[in-house]
Design a protein around this ligand. Sequence first.
Ligand SMILES: Cc1ncc(COP(=O)(O)O)c(C=O)c1O
Length: 383
Amino acid sequence: MQFPQKHSATGTTIFTVMSALAQQYDAINLSQGFPDFPIDEGLAKLLYDAAKGNYNQYSPMPGLPMLRQAISKNFKRRYGLDVDSDAEITVTPGATYAIYAAFTAVLQAGDEVIVLEPAYDSYIPNIEMNGAKAVPVPLSAPDYSVDWRKVEQAITPKTKAIIVNTPHNPTGAIWQKDDWDALADLVRDTDIVIVSDEVYEQLVFDGEQHYSVLQHEELRARSFAIYSFGKVFNNTGWKIGYCIAPPEFTRAFRQVHQFMAFAVNTPAQYALAQHLGNEANAPVHIMMQQKRDYFLELIRQTPFTIHEAALGSYFQVASYERISDMPDMEFAQWLTKEYGVATIPVSAFYKDKKDDKIIRFCFAKKEETIKSAIERLSGLRAL
Ligand SMILES: Cc1ncc(COP(=O)(O)O)c(C=O)c1O
């Protein structure tokens, strides 16, 4: 049987490769982005309560009303924004799915989508699976800021969408209000749609704040904003996210969603609604900032170079320019085999595999995991 090739990212993803290698060499896995500590006990209990109670059948297609209302209240409380829980919020099986559904709602064969690279690895395959073409625009190292001139040059009459991501995976960079203003200037007289991946919105450090596309009135009118509970409540395996978009956009999004997943895991939606509604729950960024600070303190004692501390997400990129001149893919594998620490080579986040000799660490780990990993790296020597 010949299957059609739906996208250009053939082969196994680097996350699977590195996790398998980590297992094979009994390495500490700082590669894939997921917490290695337990979730809040209250949240786990709520899931049990939901399954024991009457929350085991299909939820309404847009999501449980109580969850959409809790999300709406949360956005009012944290951003002062009004979000209509009926017309503007759709609960999805994770953010990756929501990004795919948003692209499917707007793209037609031959359209172009601008992707700022390095980029989360699902974007380009998702664009290509819709018959559209990804147009990569590189961010500027070492702070991974956006070169707006390059974005402007990449816009053509075929540009249908731009996908942006703040806080940013893999670099930990965050957008300021100016970035949104610059984007608004570029798209003002076009029909370009913005897909704004904000899954790490609650993981912002050093007193900085997350600017959402939803806070930019002009851009909000043309945007899908995408979120993931996995990153907020440390339960990535629940795979529940949501999309906030203007009513017309939400209608188009649901046209896709109702024939893909239709509805999302009901007991988990119930548990999340109750948990989100409880304002006493500790904000996740405090705990994650402690982890970032601890990781930075220890990694700075090794020959890795940190050009910029991550201001958001749960990733820190580091250069190994003082350790080796191997290509990053080779270096990451060597580090796993020889030093027992698995990371992700940042070239994996570029379509053309651009290699800046940088690897990504995930610091959403128990203190003891971070400590053991850095102990293993303490034998590294500068060239
Ligand atoms: C930038 C970015 N977007 C989306 C996702 C996926 O979120 P979900 O697990 O809810 O699909 C991730 C997960 O790593 C991510 O880093």
